[in-house]
Design a protein around this ligand. Structure first.
Ligand code: HPA
Length: 238
């Protein structure tokens, strides 16, 4: 069993993103909830000698949840004394250099879901955690882009017109999560970074219908990249 004062990292696993079971030990489930679109599991485990608090599956704005409900995992992490959080998500790629399955570290974002009532911060992402993540990725030869994430309410994927607009305003990726958790983490004084898994490419002239199942499949495959960075990343914490 994990000593909860010993948790180095809170990890939110986005749609289809998963931890390699071979990397972890002493897994202990704290909560399980099968209501809603995504099954949700909260557990602690060890990875490379570090304690992790893991959230698999999350709630989304389009399911009708409040800011408090969308960020309840961050509140729990804070209550457990977690000081660092890595948030992951699945996102559509807008940047012409991105390929399916690529990772993108979120440098900044635009929030298109205006109903969030919270204190905004201009630079919520931890420079220190970003540098650590990029250094380990580099060492492990995992390509990581950096870019701007657009947070949309969903649940529909983009129309061709929306893709054209999103590209024009300079977004690199679009998705339906993460930003409430980023704000909540900052408000609670937790260091936070966020990584998007590019599960599909948004091309205005080549409409490519994606589906939730396809997003899950690609994110699952790309999890391998995240799993090769995580052991080195957690060993850099504390
Ligand atoms: N758009 C918005 N959210 C997403 C997408 C997308 O294309 N892919 C995965 N999440």
């Amino acid at each position: 069993m994990i000593n909860i004062s010993n948790i180095s990292l809170g990890l939110i696993l986005g749609s289809g993103v998963d931890l390699d079971e071979n990397l972890i030990s002493s897994k202990e489930i704290l909560m399980e909830d099968n209501n809603g679109i995504h099954n949700k599991v909260v557990y602690t485990c060890y990875l490379n000698g570090s304690g992790l608090l893991v959230f698999k599956g999350r709630q989304h704005f389009y399911e009708g949840h409040s800011f408090q409900s969308l960020t309840s995992g961050i509140t729990l992490a804070s209550e457990m004394g977690v000081k660092n959080i890595l948030i992951t998500n699945a996102a559509g790629g807008l940047n012409g250099n991105f390929e399916e399955g690529d990772l993108m570290l979120i440098n900044s974002h635009i929030n298109f879901v205006d109903k969030i009532n919270h204190k905004r911060t201009s630079f919520p992402y931890s420079k220190d955690l970003k540098n650590k993540f990029l250094n380990v990725s580099n060492k492990m030869k995992v390509k990581v882009h950096e870019g701007v994430y657009g947070y949309y309410p969903g649940p529909a994927y983009e129309t061709c017109g929306e893709i054209r607009y999103q590209k024009k305003i300079g977004l690199d990726a679009a998705g339906m999560s993460t930003i409430p958790e980023v704000y909540a983490a900052r408000e609670l004084g937790i260091n936070v970074i966020a990584v998007s898994v590019i599960t599909n490419l948004l091309r205005e002239n080549k409409p490519q219908q994606t589906s939730h199942d396809e997003v899950l499949l690609i994110a699952n495959k790309a999890s391998e990249k995240l799993n090769s960075v995580l052991p080195g990343f957690v060993s850099e914490l504390n």
